[in-house]
Design a protein around this ligand. Structure first.
Ligand code: C2E
Ligand code: MG
Ligand code: MG
Ligand code: MG
Length: 287
């Protein structure tokens, strides 16, 4: 109604860019209220051991159930939140919620529960001087130990100078593990591995998409090289965005021990993750 009319009138006399700016500004102010109005929630995408088929851990992914727009995808609102600085309170909420959920699973299922949870962290959060203290406080409040937490950072957010490196080193020193997300898509992958304490490489989905394409030797080569690199550097390699059984099998044979993707499981509500934790070990997912 009003929203549709507003959209149409913008479209009539405004260039597309202007429309986007306005839309983002509105989205930004709505996001501001989203936390207190309980419009945000987390979905948990399982990461599986590709050899045993067991659930290894989960990645927490934020969701926004907007009262009129419905579900807004993170790729639409995370960039807005990053530009406005709202990513800092939003990210704080995600961190606390994810750790609270893991603590609840561990309290309920004990040894059957997963041992760690992956949380995405934006560049702005890493630059916040209080971030290490915040992580420490959340772990203490939820009763988790640092080894229960894996923070996913992107290459572009860690090429950010001295302060970010100090932050990552402090977190790593506590025992929190660090994963390089979307690995292979950045500019400086190899030098980064020596400059920062990295524990996990997450091969970006774009390379997984290419591995079964006989014509695309380039992406196959990157996927294979990242697996080798992880092995030599004694890091975990995780393949993300696995959509077919064939991809899972190829990646497993390439040396990927861990994988996530719609073929294995979509991002799930907590109750469905609990079902996976309590089911008996099944045949290897990739076999
Ligand atoms: P990401 O961290 O690389 O997360 C993986 C994304 O790939 C998720 O999208 C997931 O749902 C999607 N995905 C997983 N398997 C498949 C598959 O087989 N096929 C396809 N097509 N997609 C798959 P999602 O949840 O929409 O999140 C998108 C991005 O938004 C994330 O990419 C991450 O960069 C960001 N994000 C999500 N939650 C948070 C958060 O709490 N904080 C921050 N800073 N960023 C977040
Ligand atoms: Mg991630
Ligand atoms: Mg990723
Ligand atoms: Mg990604």
């Amino acid at each position: 109604e009003a929203k549709a009319a507003g959209k149409a009138s913008w479209a009539r006399f405004e260039p597309r860019m202007r429309h986007e700016v306005v839309n983002h500004a509105r989205l930004g102010s709505e996001l501001h209220n989203a936390i207190i109005r309980h419009e945000l929630y987390l979905a948990y995408q399982p990461v599986f051991d590709l050899v045993t088929g067991r659930l290894a851990c989960v990645e927490a992914l934020v969701r926004w159930n907007h009262p009129t727009r419905g579900n807004v995808p993170p790729n639409d609102f995370i960039p807005v939140a990053e530009r406005s600085g709202l990513i800092v309170p939003l990210g704080s909420w995600v961190l606390r919620e994810a750790c609270t959920q893991l603590a609840a699973w561990r309290a309920e299922y004990g040894d059957a529960a997963i041992g760690s949870i992956n949380v995405n962290v934006a560049a702005r959060q890493l630059r916040d001087p209080g971030f290490v203290d915040e992580v420490t406080a959340v772990l203490a409040d939820t009763g988790l130990v640092p080894a229960n937490l894996v923070l996913e950072v992107t290459e572009s957010s860690v090429v950010d100078g001295r302060q970010v490196r100090d932050t990552l080193e402090a977190l790593h020193g506590l025992g929190v593990r660090l994963a390089l997300d979307d690995f292979g898509t950045g500019q400086s992958s190899l030098s980064l591995l020596r400059a920062f304490p990295v524990d996990v490489l997450k091969l970006d989905k774009s390379f997984v998409d290419g591995i079964c394409d006989g014509e695309d030797r380039g992406r196959l080569a990157v996927a294979a090289a990242v697996s080798q690199l992880a092995e030599y550097l004694d890091l975990y390699a995780v393949a993300e965005g696995i959509e077919t059984a064939e991809q899972a099998e190829r990646l497993r044979r390439m040396g990927y021990r861990l994988g996530q993707g719609y073929h294995l499981a979509k991002p799930l509500p907590p109750g469905e993750v609990a079902v996976l934790m309590t089911r008996p070990a099944t045949a290897p997912v990739a076999a």
